[in-house]
Each structure stands twice: as C-alpha cells, then as structure tokens.
Design a protein around this ligand. Sequence first.
Ligand SMILES: [Zn+2]
Length: 268
Amino acid sequence: MTSDRNAPPSNRQLLTLLGIFGGFIILALWLIWLAVDNIVWLIPPQVEQQLGAIIAPAYEKFAQPSPAQDTLNQMLDRLENNLPAANRQGRNYQVLYIPEKTINAVALPGDTIIIYAGLVAQAQSENELMMVMGHELGHFANRDHLRRLGRGILVQIALSSILGDSGALGGAVASAIESVSGAQYSQNQERQADDFGLILLEKTYGQVAGATDFFARMAAKSGGELAFLASHPSPKNRVVRLQSLIEKRNLKIGKLKPLPPTLAQNKK
Ligand SMILES: [Zn+2]
C-alpha cells in the first residue's frame, strides 16, 4: 500500500506515538529523580572540603584551641585509623570543640565534627564518646550531612563542581549554613550511623563496652533544652536496638576506659 505513505496518520498511530513520547518523559523524570537522590555520591571530597571551608568559619569563631579539643582530635584519629579505606581516602576529619552547654554533636560538610562541651560533660567514659564520634563518622560515610543540605543546594553544588564554577558554590552556601544547623536525619540514616559507630567501636577497642551508655543517659533525661533529643530519634529505642545488635553479633563487652583528664576536667 505505497499510496498510504503520505496519508495523514490514523488516530491509533497518533496515540501510539503519544504513548511512546509520554513514556520517555516519565522515564526521563524518573532518571532525574534517581540522579538527584544519588547526587551526593557525585560530589567529590575536594568540593565538599571547599564547601566546608566556607561553612566551618561560622562555627570556628565559637571554638577555641584547647587541651580538650586536642584530646578529642587524638581520639578521632584512633577511630580514623580503623575506618574502611574508602572512608579515609582524601579525608581529613577534625573535631571543633565548642565550649557551650549544648548537648550535641554535628557533622559538617568538609570533614568537621562539632562537639559541644555540654555533650562531653555528660560522658563518663572514653568509650561512649568514641561511640558518639563513630556515629558522626557514619553520617560522613553515608554522606547524610550532604543529603540534608537539600536537593536544591545539592544540584547547585554538583553543577558547580562539574562546571568548575566556584562562584556558584559560594551562592549555595548561605542557605547551606541554615540547613546544616536545623535539619534532622531520618530514622534510617540514624540507624545506619549507629551501626557504623558500633562496628568502628569494636574495631578500635576489640570490644563494645560503653556503646549504649551515652544514649541510655540521654533516655533518662527529658526536656526541650537537649538539642541532642531534638535532633535525634528516641534514645531509648536506639539503646534497645544496639543491645540486640550486640547480642546477635555476639560482640564482646570488656572494660570501660576512663575519660582522659583533659575531658574529665570539664565536669562541674
Ligand atoms: Zn546522627
């Protein structure tokens, strides 16, 4: 039927074309959605460190070099030595110790962990502080701290790193500072960070004493003044979950190490 070649297409053909076209659009949208969800893995550590270099000063002005900060950094180094190679390469984790009563620890883009004096004052062993730091290293490993910057900022950061345009990076940062201090992680992100911390604790000490102590102490407290409780899931549930993990994996529980003197001094 060669005469049909130039005939107008039938409705059915149009519908088929429309269907294919629509399918492509849905597929494309779905791919973009997936890409944005995984975009954190496209942001290289160097770009993250550039971002951190812009964000960190907002916190650095509250931190003071101190024996306590040095000790926390030495403790962090010990954990770092036990990190999987993939989480160590190109990284330079450091603690900023902020002498404020806030009970909290925060992972900032650019390998920085903020630890407030209030959190250290609550701790009664080196082990439980190590668990808290291991948990924050877990957020870095899963790039949760980047995820919570939000999709909009992530796309900007990824684009500016692909295009090598650091001006756009600066633009993304103003809003980044706000989302870093405010946002919350999902329950699932917290669980994964707890798992990461537990594994790291076991690697570092060869046993997991103190893994649940900090969270158990938080569970016994109540009240809105605890930034930790506001930004983390129910500590009681975390204790129960960690304990069942410890049992299931048959992890050894040994002795607690006392707090290093520079950190114990903090207590009032
Ligand atoms: Zn967390």
